[in-house]
Design a protein around this ligand. Structure first.
Ligand SMILES: Nc1nc2c(c(=O)[nH]1)N[C@H]1C(S)=C(S)[C@@H](COP(=O)(O)OP(=O)(O)OC[C@H]3O[C@@H](n4cnc5c(=O)[nH]c(N)nc54)[C@H](O)[C@@H]3O)O[C@H]1N2
Ligand SMILES: Nc1nc2c(c(=O)[nH]1)N[C@H]1C(S)=C(S)[C@@H](COP(=O)(O)OP(=O)(O)OC[C@H]3O[C@@H](n4cnc5c(=O)[nH]c(N)nc54)[C@H](O)[C@@H]3O)O[C@H]1N2
Ligand code: SF4
Ligand SMILES: [Mo]
Length: 688
């Protein structure tokens, strides 16, 4: 043995931030020995992380050092979608990509479309350099609607911005309504606070069609039909008014347009709401009693309830509830859907340099209808046919609705597709070039969050594995090859991070953030105790220009709207996430996939019996858009008439190479142009 091998390893710890699309944005403490990550822990000093990461991200090292990581640029060598590639050098790949994009841009740069979402939520590896590149190019803009736009725009229409309670004060609430959220799976650190409140005597109520692991641990579970939350909110308001449980003083001072809302509420007696929601009138009245007579009362609203046609209107109605009861008077009262609007006040909007558009106004492609849009020809209305896609931080072939069309689009031989990825995902399989991306362990970033109010720092822990490169570097290099000479294309990652926030306004510095790992935004504890909503006049808005007074809108697909369709496809399907995956991320991590087993459809015993489906049997789930196969589990988690197809598996790991998005539709929500994943009628039959 050499003397070197005997010397003790060099061990150090660095501050990390969990990069995933999760409201918790945990602080990670990453231990590195001799250049290798040996441990990833939750930081015990960070307020909301409290030293704990979820099971998924505890496996982040396993994911990063995965034997199947893409570590070199790859060029397609087989037919589109075959997943056959040969290794090429970076220079060759970048030169060819720049040449291909330049040729298309010379005809019309709008034929080039960036496709990205929140594979990392970092501001640096997210859009900073990428959008500079696409803005300069004049490429199509992307409307990033796939997740939260219906609820987000609804919240902003009502409160003026995506703002709400501080998550930490939920621990002091006496009533917590968990509305459209499986917190144990997708908002774990909020759940810890809810548990603390429970120990202090708080009542927990879950509103969810599915009997989730969260719902079964609450005192009460209201299992409404998917897409009926707006009706429930209206029925609750009816009872609040009838019983005199509203805070007239708060409404008078801080709510604009209450009279118009009151007229709509008058139409929604609890009995009507109950019939619409498929629950009892007592459940409606009981929820009103809880919200109207408990203080402090808090609602943790989440995005699960807005993936239906009326999701935006429903979110507006729910957002009005704490305004009617005056719950905002307390720091432990009110509502939290997203805290991202707080960060917007301190962010640098010019990080993405929209000025590089130089007066051009490219068309916008909605990421949620990428299936249809990839199959469109040029037209005056649509603009040029899409000729090139550059995908980063997203796996659209698995996660976008109506897979048959998405796959057909990505399989177009005349489409030039570049995918920046860690793995050969379903999307990467369809690429002309796959470019190896670094993980959060290998690059620098700063993060805002949407579930708490701390800015987070992520220090690179190790050097990039193989030949992988940060997204930023790829776009910097492409910019040089395309002849872009603006100095902003020379900004390195640290410079981009420095530009991300207005440090003086926050009352900290970039250095202090880097040293500590996080920095709290300077915000009041009870932000709306005395009104002061971020609207033009500080008042909550009921009647919004262009949107009217909120109302309940039945699903695109249900017995009420489409009776003929409902006769053929009588089951409503929702497809919330499987607990051990994060959207489609981690599906290829064996230890986590083993826990999930295989794609699963939860079905109520009555619905299973009527179809001759035994628990554990393989089934076909289908509608006019397509079909997928999975294992049925007869389960009390499913309410009668609703099946739960847990997502989002990689297609290639699913039976017959398909996943749940074969059956979901590209129809959009009432507000926010967002997808309606949970507004979907299907039929299920056993496979012989
Ligand atoms: N483990 C895990 N955590 C995650 C994710 C993940 O995939 N896995 N994804 C992350 C992302 S991107 C997001 S956006 C969030 C998503 O997390 P949430 O915003 O909580 O949304 P969902 O998980 O889609 O759905 C939450 C719950 O809403 C229920 N639901 C479905 N339809 C309705 C309805 O019509 N009304 C009501 N009241 N409830 C309904 C579902 O059954 C589910 O239990 O979680 C993040 N965290
Ligand atoms: N049926 C159904 N479909 C859904 C949903 C549902 O509930 N049901 N949920 C929807 C929701 S809420 C969302 S947010 C979308 C999520 O959709 P996506 O944003 O596409 O999320 P992921 O599937 O996690 O894919 C993210 C990809 O980014 C990659 N990635 C991570 N970090 C980096 C990086 O630093 N650089 C690069 N280049 N790549 C990186 C990961 O490897 C991963 O493959 O899915 C939606 N689809
Ligand atoms: S996925 Fe969410 S809960 Fe898990 S470590 Fe990341 S931020 Fe924390
Ligand atoms: Mo999402």
């Amino acid at each position: 043995m050499s003397a070197l091998a005997d010397s003790p390893p060099v061990v150090r710890t660095v501050h990390g931030a969990c990069p995933h699309d999760c409201p918790d944005t945990c602080a990670m403490r990453i231990t590195v020995a001799d250049g290798k990550v040996v441990r990833i822990q939750g930081d015990p000093d960070h307020g909301s992380t409290q030293g704990a990461l979820c099971t998924k991200v505890s496996r982040y090292a396993e994911r990063s050092y995965h034997a199947e990581r893409v570590l070199h640029p790859l060029k397609r060598s087989g037919p589109k979608g075959s997943g056959q590639f040969v290794r090429v050098g970076w220079d060759e790949a970048l030169a060819d990509i720049a040449a291909r994009l330049s040729a298309i841009a010379a005809r019309d740069p709008q034929a080039i479309v960036p496709y990205s979402y929140a594979g990392t939520m970092g501001l640096v590896q997210g859009e900073a350099m990428a959008q500079r590149f696409f803005h300069k190019l004049g490429a199509s803009l992307l409307d990033r609607t796939i997740c939260s736009m219906a609820g987000g725009e609804a919240l902003a229409a009502t409160y003026g911005s995506k703002v709400g309670m501080h998550v930490r004060f939920f621990a002091e609430s006496q009533l917590i309504v968990i509305w459209g959220s499986n917190s144990i799976a997708s908002n774990l650190h909020f759940w810890t606070l809810a548990q603390e409140a429970k120990r202090r005597g708080a009542k927990l109520v879950a509103i969810d069609p599915r009997r989730t692991e969260t719902a079964e641990k609450c005192h009460q579970h209201i299992a409404l039909r998917p897409g009926t939350d707006g009706a429930l909110a209206l029925g609750v308001m009816h009872e609040l008014i009838e019983r005199g449980w509203i805070d007239r003083d708060y409404i008078e001072r801080h709510v604009a347009g209450f009279d118009r809302l009151a007229r709509r509420i008058a139409e929604w007696a609890p009995e009507r709401a109950a019939a619409t929601c498929g629950i009892t009138a007592d459940e409606v009245r009981g929820l009103a009693r809880d919200l109207g007579t408990t203080q402090p009362a808090a609602i943790r609203l989440n995005y699960g309830m807005q993936r239906v046609r009326g999701g935006g209107n429903a979110a507006r109605l729910i957002a009005l509830l704490p305004c009617l009861t005056g719950a905002w008077r307390h720091r432990a009262g009110g509502l939290l859907l997203s805290s991202s609007g707080w960060f917007a006040q301190f962010k640098n909007p010019q990080l993405v340099r929209s000025d590089l558009l130089a007066g051009r106004r490219p068309r916008t492609i909605n990421m949620s209808t990428i299936g249809d849009d990839l199959l469109r020809e040029s037209s005056a209305a649509f603009g040029p046919k899409i000729e090139a896609l550059v995908v980063y931080n997203s796996n659209p072939v698995a996660v976008a609705p109506e897979s048959k069309k998405v796959v057909a689009g990505f399989a177009r031989e005349d489409l030039f597709t570049v995918v920046l990825e860690h793995f050969l995902t379903d999307t990467a399989d369809h690429a002309d070039y796959v470019l190896p991306a670094t993980t959060q362990l290998e690059h620098l970033d700063v993060h805002g969050t949407y579930g708490h109010t701390d800015i987070m720092f992520n220090e690179p822990a190790i050097v990039p594995l193989g030949e992988s490169r940060p997204n930023t570097q790829v776009f910097r290099d492409l910019a040089v090859r395309m002849g872009f000479t603006e100095t902003c294309f020379a900004d390195d990652d640290e410079e981009l991070a420095r530009q991300a926030f207005d440090w003086d306004a926050i009352g900290t510095s970039f250095e202090a953030l880097r040293e500590r790992g996080w920095a709290a935004l300077p915000l009041p504890e009870a932000p709306f105790a005395n009104g002061g909503f971020p609207t033009s006049d500080g008042r909550v808005r009921v009647d919004v220009c262009g949107l009217g007074v909120p109302e309940h809108l039945p699903n695109h697909e249900c017995a009420e709207t489409t009776p003929e369709l409902a006769a053929r496809y009588p089951l409503q399907m929702i497809s919330p996430p499987a607990r051990h995956f994060l959207n489609s991320t981690f599906v290829n991590v064996k230890s986590l996939r083993t826990v999930e087993g295989e794609p699963l459809l939860e079905i109520h015993a009555d619905d299973a019996r009527a179809r001759g489906i035994a628990s554990g049997a393989m089934v076909r789930v289908f509608n006019d858009r397509g079909e997928y196969r999975c294992k049925a589990e007869v389960s009390e988690r499913a309410r009668p008439g609703v099946v739960n197809g847990l997502g989002v598996w990689w297609r290639k790991f699913g039976p017959a190479g398909t996943n749940v998005n074969e059956v979901t539709s590209q129809a959009l929500t009432d507000i926010g142009r967002a997808p309606t994943f949970y507004d979907c009628l299907v039929q299920v039959e056993p496979l012989q």
